[in-house]
Write a protein that binds this ligand. Structure first.
Ligand code: GLP
Length: 242
């Protein structure tokens, strides 16, 4: 695990975007695993800038997003599909049909999970999976539990997660109670993982995830078992690391 700490957000965004851009420059047919939340936005903005400056093209890239809320109407501002379109896809040259986000409005959600896994297994292996980190150690929407799921599955969101995400909605009542998420098994299959964490409020969970015991109680701690993880931290998030 390669842990890098940055003085400024700009430097962190630049390095995160450069790793992704160089993958795509080396292999234009890369498969990217993408994440939502506030954490990756600066990296996406830097990728858009590099695209606009002609440094990288996403024409042949395929993407798979980690997760999606269940039950938000199509086009809802806080659906992860809308987020990805607004924050990245609408500003680069990736064809929309090469982008994948689980469908949280599928009539049969279990069938949707199976078909998402099916699509991922028929595609090439994910070259890079981008991850943020929840305050309780979740990755994607894999919440702490006695056991974790390997593949894409339906989850009941923890109250803590709904509270953390309520800042994006008018009130907590509007935050969905369920989501579809890739499983930890799927995430760990990626050739490379970039975990990005910012802020003092995540310093203690960063320590647990990176230097604590490997436990399903902190899903991100399973990243310690992967051989190619780059962790990008601002100095606040790195504050409790030894
Ligand atoms: C959300 C997402 C995660 C994200 C995390 C942190 O619930 N499902 O993929 O990493 O919470 O979000 P943020 O980056 O806004 O702190």
């Amino acid at each position: 695990m390669n842990i890098l700490t940055f003085e400024t957000n700009e430097e962190l965004n630049q390095v995160g975007a450069n790793i992704i851009a160089s993958l795509v420059q080396t292999n234009p047919y890369s498969v990217l695993g993408l994440a939502t939340g506030s954490t990756p936005i600066g990296i996406y903005q830097e990728l858009i800038r590099q695209y606009q400056n002609g440094l990288v093209s996403f024409k042949h890239v395929t993407s798979f997003n980690l997760d999606e809320y269940v039950g938000l109407p199509e086009g809802h501002q806080e659906s992860y599909r809308t987020f990805m379109n607004n924050q990245l896809f609408n500003h680069i040259d990736i064809p929309m049909e090469q982008t994948h986000v689980p469908n949280g409005n599928a009539e049969d959600l279990h069938a949707e999970c199976l078909s998402y896994d099916e699509m991922m297994s028929t595609s090439k292996q994910v070259d890079m999976q981008l991850l943020g980190l929840g305050h309780n150690g979740h990755i994607g929407f894999n919440e702490p539990d006695d056991t974790l799921n390997g593949g894409t599955h339906l989850v009941e969101l923890k109250e803590q997660t709904r509270e953390a995400n309520a800042r994006f909605f008018n009130s907590i009542d509007e935050v969905p109670t369920q989501a579809i998420t890739m499983g930890v098994g799927t995430i760990l299959k990626a050739k490379m993982i970039i975990l990005v964490v910012r802020g003092k409020d995540k310093a203690s969970i960063v320590k647990r995830a990176l230097q604590g015991p490997i436990t399903t109680d902190c899903p991100a701690s399973l990243l310690q078992t992967h051989s190619n993880v780059v962790v990008l931290l601002d100095k606040e998030a790195a504050g409790e690391l030894q």
